[in-house]
Design a protein. Sequence first.
Lengths: 316, 308
Amino acid sequence: MMDRSLVFAAILFGLLLLMPFLLPLFGSEYLIGLIIKAMLLAIAAISLDLLIGHGGMVSLGHAAFVGVGAYATAIGLENGIENILLLLVITLAVTGFVALVTGSLALRTSGVYFLMITLAFGQMTYFTLTSLAAYGGDDGLTLWSLATLFGSDIVQSGSGLYFLVLGTLFATWWGVFQISRSRFGRVLRAARDNPERAEVMGYAVTRYRLIAYLIAAMIAGVSGLLLVQHAEFVSPALATWQRSGDLIVVVVLGGLGSRNGAILGAFFIVIIEEVLGSFVHEWRLIYGPVLVLMVLFAKGGIADLFVSKDAKGRAA
Amino acid sequence: MSTTLFLILCLNGLQYGMLLFLIAAGLTLVFGVMGFINLAHGVQYMVGAYLVYAYVQLTGSFIVAVFLSLGTALIFGLLLEFFVFRHLYTRSHLDQVLATFGIIIFLNELAKVVFGPATLSVAPPEFLAGSIQLTETLRYPVYRFATIIAGLAVAAVLYFTISYTRIGMLIRAGATSAEMVSALGVNIQRLFMIVFGVGAMLAGFAGVIAAPIFAIEPGMGDNILIVTFVVIIIGGIGSIGGAFIAALLVGLIDTLGRSFATEILSTLFSPSFANQIGPALASMLIYILMAAILVFRPKGLLPAKGVA
């Protein structure tokens, strides 16, 4: 059972690895940009899936961490820090700290209330970002210098950036895979299915959840860092609740607890946006009802159509 | 700060609070009775505003437009319930969030296609157009008074209905245990439909009376939806009384905060710092209040009994 999803992942990453060599044959910088966009979305979605799929914590404020990570990076860059590793450390520290504060408050609640309080923290983050007048305020900030790897601009554009993003996606996939297989992941799922029982068995449920929340936030922060590298622009719009909604859409479309699904979901969304968007300007008129129909009629997500029942078995 | 300014702001806060209450009433009942998270509730507010705009264009009379809009909003809510929401009551919250998110995307885009992306406005009816002399230096628009009164009237009717009528009793019972009510032979499906339709109509009504005050634009329901969620969390899910108190509280805090946060901060910090932080802090106040309530009083100020 498990091998099939691993095989599928291998095919997926193999294809992504080949893309930069195949696509120039069709002469398309644009497609590479599109794939980077989808991979960044996938990184954030996989991290959210750790919360929703494995932890049962439906957060409607996850995009806030993408925003925090992006701003941590952008502010670092504006202040002359250009080493990408140093920026990574800063991003992880800042998102981790924000997650620690908000998470320890939010996790005093659960269910619908957790959804609402994460929403509130997301909105607070959004308003904080709009207040950073020195860094563009409402309008956002265009970055004139980007991060470097020890002075080399290899991580700034082209295939260097592509492989950096792909590598991060793989690291995220692998990391969350290991977490979900570990004892930690099992406790997390046990707490999702029956928190009282997990508590009685001696697990400090809230602490496990908080750690998962921290990890998810930090991964989302890294996707924010890479987003800055790719878009050369940050704006508070990254942290709006609609963006958090988009992330949930990706996770659910892909199927809960399925990392391959999250990647497929991300590509699905980006492709729909581009393809539908190129035919009809008002593509959302189609996209909205498609979401509704998906929920009503295709419960397991698109991953179900392609992947084995492994993810379901493990997540259920 | 002058007393006059303070008074005006209080009235504005009250009026904003009434608007919030009209939206929150339906949302909190749907949430409390059916356990259903309806992100699309804010869209019904937008629909109300666009409806009244369209009907005013069509009939030329604000009053006629109001009644037509209310009827249409009710029918629209019932149709949504019949075709989509009905099938989601027993689903996970995640599915509900996703489906209603899809509806938001669709209706926001539809509003943009039909009415264009620009903001629209509706003139208040003539007999409510003037302003009243409150004190020597203070005049306040009649229309805004009328919205406050309309909000109070709706609150009174709702309170009476919920507390003293049969249908109100069923709604309260449904909020405690929908299965039990159903087992006692009540057509719970119909009860849900009524609650949903009325909730949609109230949100539409809020949109109608907001139309002459705020700009009508696609997506106008999204932000107020989030504030409404804050209101029902603070008030306690499923509780009309809680929603009323919380709506006023949020309305006043938000309005006063936006005007005075910078001023208060500048007494403590340097003016430039206050100018930078003030507006953001003001926007955050209600979320801070909600977070505090959730942490210290997780079921809200006036929790409805038996709501999980």
